[in-house]
Design a protein around this ligand. Structure first.
Ligand code: PLP
Length: 343
């Protein structure tokens, strides 16, 4: 086992360990993951949004990932990874860095499979997400000003403790698990024209690329906040260099460092990758709350904002995942005060 818990050379600016298999997952891996995930999680509804459909003169469907336990799509990946965790880590446990929903996913799966979970979060992490992780039995460590600072701390702790580091993107099992949402979409709505997905580390986008993108004629379009464009830049400038700017208020997509594995798949998997403004994100969050009483995070508002901003969408069948609902209450309140339509 010599060196097993020491980092190996990384293809990007994050730390990877010998147990990180960086072989890109395939559509067949997603189908295999479905057998696992469907034992623990319900399928999520695909519901037509009357407001967005009318507004865009299109058929817009929302994939309600907010209805999953933990309130976000990531738990699909956590379940698939921990269900097949290497034996040596079952008692020693796993460790991950997260702005919230990745940590919640691992905490939920850790409770399900009886694996100890430690999560590193930024010091100003969303309090509701932290409380939910602790309620699920995870140990939460607060460190640093943002996700990437917490991540670097967690990567050091993984070396010291020998716990299995669950990377936020360079994990084929997470990607395959997350992709199960796309298989559900393909079964229910085979003729999608376009799917907008938010991108932070890129797992959601990879999942839809391997399913809706690979199995149908649909265009999978990635969306990031213009205030945190690390993956967007990596995609368009063919680099994996960290980005210096990360100013989005949407913590679910607040990252500075592109991931090698997700980017390798997205280079071919995406039809396009666009940016939206923070104002457009807040407007999208406010609209969905005001018009349909759907509570969504800013991270998810990116994809809704991109659909609302598209000028070539009339007549199309469009899917947008409601990727998560765990928005900080004060943040939602402030967004509604500024952008909400008082009724
Ligand atoms: C993590 C997250 C995203 C971004 O997903 P990635 O897989 O990191 O690209 C979008 N929305 C929500 C709610 C999230 O938690």
């Amino acid at each position: 086992m010599d060196g097993r818990y020491e980092p190996v050379e990384s293809p990007d600016d994050t730390t990877v360990f010998p147990y990180h298999d960086l072989t890109p997952p395939t559509t067949a891996d997603v189908a295999r993951a479905r057998k696992v995930v469907s034992r623990y999680l319900p399928e999520t509804p695909l519901v037509r949004s009357e407001h967005l459909s009318a507004e865009l003169d299109a058929d817009v469907y929302l994939k309600r990932e907010d209805t999953l336990p933990t309130g976000a799509f990531k738990v699909r990946g956590g379940v698939n990874l921990l269900a097949t965790l290497e034996e040596e880590f079952r008692e020693r446990g796993v460790i991950a860095a997260s702005s919230g929903n990745h940590g919640l996913s691992i905490a939920w799966a850790g409770r399900e499979f009886d694996v100890p979970v430690t999560i590193g979060v930024p010091e100003d992490a969303n309090g509701g997400k932290v409380a939910a992780m602790e309620q699920l039995g995870a140990e939460v460590i607060r460190h640093g000003p943002d996700y990437d600072a917490a991540r670097e701390h967690v990567e050091e702790l993984a070396v010291e403790t020998g716990k299995r580091y669950v990377h936020s993107g360079n994990e084929p099992k997470l990607l395959a698990g997350v992709g199960t949402a796309g298989l559900e979409v393909v079964e229910e709505l085979p003729d999608v024209d376009r799917l907008y997905t938010p991108i932070g580390g890129g797992t959601s986008a990879v999942g839809y690329s391997l399913t809706v993108g690979a199995l149908t004629d649909a265009d999978v379009v990635g969306v990031q906040s213009a205030a945190a464009p690390a993956m967007h830049r990596a995609y368009h400038e063919d680099t994996l260099e960290p980005h210096d700017r990360m100013e989005t208020s949407a913590e679910g997509v607040a990252t500075r460092v592109p991931f090698a594995l997700t980017m390798a798949i997205l280079r071919d998997g995406l039809a396009d990758f666009t940016l939206v403004s923070e104002a457009a994100i807040h407007d999208a969050v406010a609209r969905l709350f005001t018009e349909e009483r759907i509570v969504m995070e800013g991270a998810c508002g990116t994809a809704v904002a991109a659909a609302l901003g598209a000028d070539d969408i009339a007549g199309e069948t469009v899917v947008v995942p409601v990727s998560g609902r765990n928005i900080d209450y004060g943040k939602l309140d402030a967004i509604l005060a500024e952008y909400g339509d008082p009724m």
